[in-house]
Design a protein around this ligand. Structure first.
Ligand SMILES: Nc1ncnc2c1ncn2[C@@H]1O[C@H](COP(=O)(O)OP(=O)(O)OP(=O)(O)O)[C@@H](O)[C@H]1O
Length: 459
């Protein structure tokens, strides 16, 4: 059985039976209506029958076929309509095509001809849907899609096992981490490792779109839902049907929209903006944020029920400074990538450059490293990246800490400098595990936490 659905609207029961039996026999799923009104009711039925093609009789008892065609195309622009009439005339054909009909046939219908037209209409429909998904995908993805995922550090290897385990399920995933740590790459990885990989992964950045627009972007809208809505338009939930939807910066979504999102997560149904029809979709949600959702829940700016719905499985992407082992492989990855992009042959970075990078804290995380390497590739004059190819803020030598440095400082500042340096080193050695770092320093974890806060060390 083909999965394509055809609705036949014909008031002559005999003709209706012939057409529907023939097309059923050819493997199509068939719905029938004896009147225009019934057809419209079926199209807006609550359980969303995804009609792909309508075979529409020109002359119906209750509505004129042409105005019905107009209504269908306004509300369901993707449905392909094939018009049938007993009185073939060129003017009618032209008028029907002008109003958006896919094709026009005169009665008595030649069934083989009808079949060829239906097959062609479906091929075009498939293409249109693919283009729509692709267009949306291109709009919502970052300009470059990185297939490789660098994960050398133990922290990232652990993350990879979590990712591959959760990818196999349909569970909602919440990805947490600072800006630029790679949350979007992780989301793409989850989708591409899941059984939904052949379906669309739609992406939307909730912080980048104004609230009103975001709602229609997510749920689509009906014709006339707001000024400028000349045509009905499917939203990302519909386009991501059987695939995944990545909601980036979920912490920036308004409380009003959070309620609507919660509803989809609870029952898998929603309405288009300005619509009453309940739509059912099967979409896997992956959300990400760099904000502290738990604090937002306490402040009342993020719905607690939504938080728990999203937080079924959470993945924390650690900041780059807490997994410095990833720096060298990431540098090599970006060197290859940008050498290709800028037509250069950069082989490596000098020892000094690598040392400088390993000592840097990367407040902008992997994105900052990526920018540094791209800039350096552009700047480099031979096949090795040198210190002078780095941005100025990385060129100045980090202050050497020697006994003399402490001698020159007032005692409280020298103590603070010593404490900061020792704490950082211990955290680096312990891979960020605070209990271990505290042990190495010979202090309690509580004292360590106090000092981290005091010195603003974010590890
Ligand atoms: N492990 C990785 N391997 C390869 N490239 C990575 C990795 N992590 C991040 N990147 C690259 O770094 C850049 C930033 O990553 P991404 O956009 O996924 O971060 P993000 O956490 O989603 O950022 P934001 O919070 O600002 O949306 C992207 O170009 C991404 O491809």
């Amino acid at each position: 059985m083909k999965s394509w659905q055809i609705l036949i609207v014909e008031d002559d029961p005999n003709q209706l039976r012939i057409l529907s039996e023939f097309l059923k026999h050819k493997g199509y799923r068939i719905e029938t209506s004896l009147s225009g009104r019934e057809a419209l009711q079926k199209l807006s039925a609550p359980d969303l029958i995804p009609v792909d093609v309508i075979i529409l009789d020109w002359k119906l008892p209750d509505v004129d076929g042409l105005s019905l065609l107009k209504k269908i195309k306004e509300e369901h622009p993707l449905i392909q309509v094939i018009m049938l009439t007993a009185f073939g005339s060129v003017e009618r054909a032209v008028e029907a095509m002008r109003r958006g009909a896919y094709h026009y046939l005169t009665k008595p219908v030649n069934l083989q001809e009808l079949l060829i037209i239906i097959e062609k209409a479906i091929r075009e429909l498939k293409l249109q849907k693919e283009v729509e998904v692709l267009r949306k995908k291109l709009e919502s993805l970052t300009p470059r899609d990185i297939p490789d995922f660098i994960a050398e550090s133990p922290k990232m290897k652990e993350l990879l096992t979590l990712v591959s385990r959760v990818a196999e399920t349909d569970a909602t995933v919440l990805i947490l981490g600072e800006s630029g740590t790679g949350k979007e790459v992780v989301a793409r990885l989850i989708h591409s490792l899941s059984s939904r990989r052949d379906r669309a992964l739609m992406t939307v950045n909730c912080a980048a779109i104004p609230e009103g627009l975001l709602e229609s972007e997510l749920f689509g809208h009906e014709k006339g839902a707001f000024t400028g809505a000349h045509q009905a338009k499917p939203g990302l939930f519909e386009l991501a049907h059987r695939g995944s939807l990545f909601l980036d910066e979920i912490g920036d979504m308004s409380v009003g929209l959070q309620a609507k999102l919660l509803r989809v997560l609870q029952n898998g149904t929603f309405h288009r903006v300005g619509g009453t029809r309940e739509m059912a979709v099967d979409v896997r949600i992956i959300a990400a944020t760099n904000r502290d959702l738990e604090s937002m829940v306490k402040e009342g700016t993020f719905r607690e029920d939504l938080f728990w719905r999203l937080n079924v499985f959470s993945i924390y992407v650690p900041p780059l400074r807490a997994r410095k082992e990833d720096i060298p492989p990431l540098v090599n990855h970006f060197l290859r990538l940008f050498s290709g992009k800028h037509g250069k042959e950069i082989k490596s970075v000098s020892r000094e450059v690598m040392e400088r990078l390993l000592h840097h804290d990367f407040p902008g995380n992997v994105r900052e490293l990526e920018n540094i390497v791209e800039r350096a590739v552009i700047m480099a004059e031979d096949e090795i990246i040198r210190l002078e190819d780095l941005p100025p803020y990385l060129q100045s030598t980090p202050p050497e800490i020697s006994v003399n440095t402490y001698d020159d400082l007032p005692l409280p500042e020298a103590v603070a400098l010593l404490e900061r340096t020792r704490i950082r080193k211990a955290l680096e050695k312990s891979g960020g595990v605070k209990t271990r770092a505290a042990e190495m320093l010979g202090i309690s974890e509580r004292v360590l936490r106090y000092k981290l806060e005091k010195y603003g060390i974010d590890f």
